[in-house]
Design a protein around this ligand. Structure first.
Ligand code: HEC
Length: 151
């Protein structure tokens, strides 16, 4: 009895969530989401670098951070839908004016985060450092051209 009521509640909650996700995304929410994913990438990058430069000892967490980075790296390409270049955003309109060039930076980020995960999984330190630098370059390369300067 108790259990089936709980099941019903969970089912309703699931349906409510599914229903919400079908509603059209507002540009403001798309921007918020983009910033949340970007911040998550930044958090995993700094956690990873604290471990890899030996400033903290959580070697066992390393793979989790690069796994997350690689997964988020594949999600970047859907974070810039048309219509999200104005409002509470630092994204520059140039993004939507040169989609091919912007796309290359998305691909570079996806590839470098995948390479980083592979290098860490293989325990290859030299490849890890190389890939980590490429990840950093890809973040910076895109921000330099497509993100407003922070004051
Ligand atoms: C292909 C382009 C691109 C790549 C690659 C990229 N970013 Fe960004 N990033 C942006 C843009 C554009 C914004 C501004 C988003 C906005 O304000 O709507 C941004 C915003 C951010 C922000 C600020 C989020 C906020 O709350 O305002 C952080 C932090 C960030 N990026 C970190 C990273 C890190 C770390 C990486 C690499 C692992 C990365 N980004 C890769 C384009 C990129």
């Amino acid at each position: 009895m108790r259990r089936s009521r709980l099941t019903t509640l969970l089912t309703l909650a699931t349906l409510a969530f599914a229903g919400n996700s079908l509603a059209a995304t507002t540009p403001a929410d798309a921007i918020k989401y983009r910033k949340a994913v970007m911040s998550a990438m930044a958090a995993h990058t700094s956690a990873f670098s604290l471990i890899s430069f030996g400033r903290v000892e959580h070697q066992g967490h390393m793979l989790a951070h690069v796994d997350a980075l690689a997964v988020l790296g594949t999600q970047l390409k859907v974070l810039f839908p048309a219509g999200t270049g104005t409002g509470d955003t630092d994204a520059l309109p140039l993004i939507w004016q040169e989609q091919a060039r912007f796309g290359e930076l998305l691909t570079a980020s996806e590839k470098s985060t995948a390479d980083l995960r592979a290098a860490v999984a293989a325990g290859d330190k030299a490849a890890t450092m190389k890939a980590f630098k490429a990840v950093g370059d890809s973040c910076k390369g895109c921000h330099d051209r497509y993100r407003k300067e922070n004051d």
